[in-house]
Design a protein. Sequence first.
Length: 130
Amino acid sequence: MKIFKGKKDKYSWNNRYNFVDENNVFVGYDADTSCCEDGGYILSKTIPTSTQEPSIKIVEVNYIFDTSFFKEGVISQDELDSGGSVVFKMVNKNDPADVIYLTLFNCHNGYYGHGFDMTINDKIIHEGSL
């Protein structure tokens, strides 16, 4: 697993995140915020119920995506207003009992949204907007 964060440049790609595992499974998320919104991601040992849960540090090389797992709406709509959340599961290839969840979220007033997708070798598995 490699995690890439965009670099600040004239195109404002600084909040674009890409997660890619050794099987070429890719999750990309544009969390670049505008007015009245707050988006990002959380890495956690359990599925979070709030955006306030802290993200953990992982050893990136050990994790691969479980492409059979996908959940939507895990964070309360009261917290996200008109936004949304999705969760992907990553498994430590050396210890299958070691699981990490990648949660993407965006809290906004209904006007803003940001796209995400999950692909395997450029074939879209999941996509949407939060």
